[in-house]
Write a protein that binds this ligand. Structure first.
Ligand code: SF4
Length: 348
């Protein structure tokens, strides 16, 4: 059995059974444009082929264990179980502007062990196959379709480090953005990395239109190494060198994510260091007030005061670097990365 989203296998299977290429085009249209969810609904192909496909392909290997919507209706969090009984998460965010964004996971757990992150606490269990990433996207597409809404943006900011599962992430982006498939604008797809330099170089080559977000979270090596072990492999000078090369190639503004944790990442001197680091660079900083969910490895971590976040913003503004303070969505449903899967794994 193989996934209906695996084009290479499906085409080979059709060829083997004497079907011409246009059969694949009909199936592709049914899946991604008509949004059918079972073989019987594929009325453009013969019953004989539908029956054959039923014995060979599947639409879903993932099971949605729960879909919880926040009180304000803006966020829906899916807890999903894989075929081998692992848990992952995907989150729909409905913005007031009308744009609907899906946050997808690319690994079960994550090996990067960032100290403020619930997923980092899980460690890595395994990479997700590209079909499992596409299935998360299709779960959101179908869910939104029932509300007469469309998925507009995808962010690879769920569980896992996308550049440690590069080939599967790449295939899933090709399906999300393919004209004959989901046809989302590449500009509306964002991949977020903690700073894996080879991945940054590759994505600049493969998808110059896809947006890049960097989990920076601290402006100096000294500060960063306390919270992000990736710093030991790719220190800040190497990371910034790769990001400068990325901007030179793509001419795209990079989004820097900066988590505001009281006394840790929000020291007054870091505001100036951050401004100095990004001055003159094509950058936009998103400040994320720390969400003190149960998943963090250090329960003593607390969010920064609004006054201090404003001081950081002022320092950046003086350096000509735009920034936004992120509104944290879905606090009431554990929408921070990995919190729900961590609870499930720990049997809470
Ligand atoms: S913040 Fe991202 S890279 Fe770091 S542990 Fe969490 S999921 Fe992994």
């Amino acid at each position: 059995m193989f996934s209906i989203y695996d084009e290479v296998k499906l085409k080979a299977f059709l060829l083997e059974h004497g079907h011409k290429n246009f059969r694949y085009a009909q199936i592709e249209h049914a899946i991604y444009k008509d949004l059918v969810t079972d073989f019987d609904a594929m009325t453009t192909i013969s019953k004989e082929l539908r029956d054959l496909l039923k014995t060979t392909c599947y639409f879903t290997s993932l099971k949605v264990k729960s879909a919880v919507t926040s009180d304000d209706g803006q966020t829906t969090k899916f807890l999903i179980e894989t075929h081998d009984n692992k848990f992952l998460e995907a989150v729909i965010m409905r913005h007031l502007s009308g744009r609907n964004t899906l946050c997808v996971s690319c690994q079960v757990g994550c090996p990067m062990a960032c100290s403020f992150c619930a997923t980092g606490k899980l460690g890595l269990t395994r990479n997700l196959d590209f079909t499992e990433i596409v299935e998360q996207i299709m779960i959101a597409v179908h869910h939104l379709a029932k509300e007469d809404k469309k998925l507009r943006n995808i962010v690879y900011m769920g569980m896992g480090e996308p550049f440690l599962n590069y080939e599967n992430v790449k295939c899933s982006i090709e399906i999300a953005s393919g004209q004959k498939k989901l046809d989302l604008s590449s500009r509306r797809i964002t991949v977020s990395t903690c700073g894996i330099v080879p991945g940054i170089n590759k994505i600049a080559e493969d998808f110059p239109q896809v947006s890049l977000a960097i989990s920076l979270h601290a402006p100096t090596d000294e500060a960063r190494k306390w919270i992000m072990p990736v710093e030991q492999t790719y220190p800040l000078d190497k990371l910034m060198e790769a990001l400068d090369a990325y901007v030179a190639k793509t001419n795209k503004r990079i989004f820097y994510e900066y988590i505001m944790i009281n006394g840790l990442t929000d020291r007054p001197e870091y505001a100036k260091a951050l401004a100095d680091l990004l001055r003159g660079r094509l950058a936009h900083v998103n400040f994320i007030p720390y969400n003190p969910g149960e998943g963090s490895s250090d329960s003593k971590m607390l969010p920064t005061s609004k006054v201090m976040i404003k001081k950081f913003q002022d320092a950046l503004e003086a350096a000509g670097v735009p920034s936004t303070i992120r509104h944290t969505m879905g606090d009431d449903i554990d929408a921070a990365c990995g919190q729900l899967a961590l609870k499930e794994q720990e049997g809470k």
